[in-house]
Design a protein around this ligand. Structure first.
Ligand code: HEM
Length: 309
């Protein structure tokens, strides 16, 4: 799929493990500032105060979106991802229009005065030849904004929620902080933030587990189901941060595998370990069965995560 490869190559230079590792100190600084603001409070919605702003600030800084515009992005991106079941259901068309208009103005501004950010680099690439059309520029930037807004927030909040619900595992993590990398992998497997892979189509007639798929049939992979497959994982319903090598599908697979995975992993590691370092006695502020999950079939996470600090 050459078109896809061309677009992916243009963006991927900003997301290599080396580039991402260079952002470690800045991500830590953002996490620390957000945690400072929570000091002295007894009860917070962890999503509002921490899990949501952290990845947003990071992706907006990568793209070059000014801090004061971030709140609008939350509304626009939520409207698009939650669709007709969400809080902004009635205004989806209006929000999408506002989003596209905002991007148009921003692109025009950066065309005149390019800055040192990813949108400017993509615009320059567009102008240097036929590498990125105007339409593709909208597509790529929207995809990054939405991916940056809607996924890592759930990694952080699902992670804190799951650890608070498994005190033995949280205790282990506090005793052995180096387990954080493995803990993030297990959170991704156990409570993966994205429900479905991107669409695939059967390349040939095939039978899978008694189900016939005809060449050309749409195949949607439910990632969380695959990640709880007892043929693949021992005791899949056990949350175990010491699990041996865990080849989960939370970031998808193959040519579409998540481009932001190194960034998401780093943000997850820093956010979750910094939160428990700062508030080691925190606990869930509600009964687990009262947590309300977000509507829609794309991302998996709760609407609010009340935590007593
Ligand atoms: C925990 C956080 C994240 C999860 C669980 C996640 C998961 C996924 C999944 C499941 C896919 C589809 C893979 C497939 O169909 O095989 C995907 C694609 C993608 N993700 Fe992520 N993602 C996360 C964070 C991010 C971030 C932070 C970015 C960038 C800022 C990002 C950018 C992308 C892009 C650009 C694609 C499309 C890749 C392609 O089609 O070639 N993701 N992601």
């Amino acid at each position: 799929m050459p078109e896809h490869k061309r677009l992916r190559n243009l963006v991927s230079s900003a997301f290599t493990p080396k580039m991402i590792n260079g952002m470690r100190d800045r991500i830590q600084e953002i996490a620390d500032e957000l945690l400072d603001e929570m000091e002295g409070k007894e009860r917070v919605d962890l999503i509002d105060e921490f899990a949501f702003p952290l990845p947003i600030i990071v992706i907006c800084e990568i793209l070059g979106i000014p801090a004061e515009d971030r709140d609008n992005f939350r509304i626009w991106s939520n409207a698009m991802i939650e669709g007709s079941g969400g809080d902004y259901a009635g205004d989806i068309g209006q929000h999408m229009q506002a989003f596209v208009e905002y991007l148009g103005k921003r692109f025009a501004m950066l065309r005149e005065h390019p800055a040192d950010d990813l949108i400017s680099r993509l615009i320059i690439a567009e102008e240097e030849g036929d590498r990125l059309t105007e339409q593709e520029l909208y597509g790529v930037v929207s995809l990054l904004i939405i991916a940056g807004h809607e996924t890592t927030v759930n990694l952080i909040s699902n992670g804190v929620m799951t650890l608070l619900q498994h005190p033995d595992q949280l205790k282990l993590l506090k005793e052995q902080p180096d387990l954080i990398k493995k803990a993030v992998e297990e959170i991704l497997r156990f409570e993966g933030p994205v429900e479905f892979s991107t669409s695939r189509w059967a390349g040939e007639d095939l039978e899978f587990k008694g189900q016939l798929m005809k060449k050309g049939d749409l195949v949607i992979i439910i990632l969380n189901s695959a990640d709880h497959d007892p043929e693949k994982f021992d005791d899949p319903e056990v949350f175990d941060i010491t699990r041996k090598k865990s080849v989960h599908l939370a970031f998808g697979f193959g040519i579409h595998t998540c481009l932001g995975a190194p960034l998401a992993r780093l943000e997850g590691e820093i956010a979750i370990s910094s939160f428990f370092n700062r508030f080691p006695e925190s606990r869930l502020g509600t009964a687990p069965d009262e947590l309300e999950w977000r509507p829609g079939m794309i991302v998996r996470g709760v609407k609010e995560l009340p935590v007593i600090l």
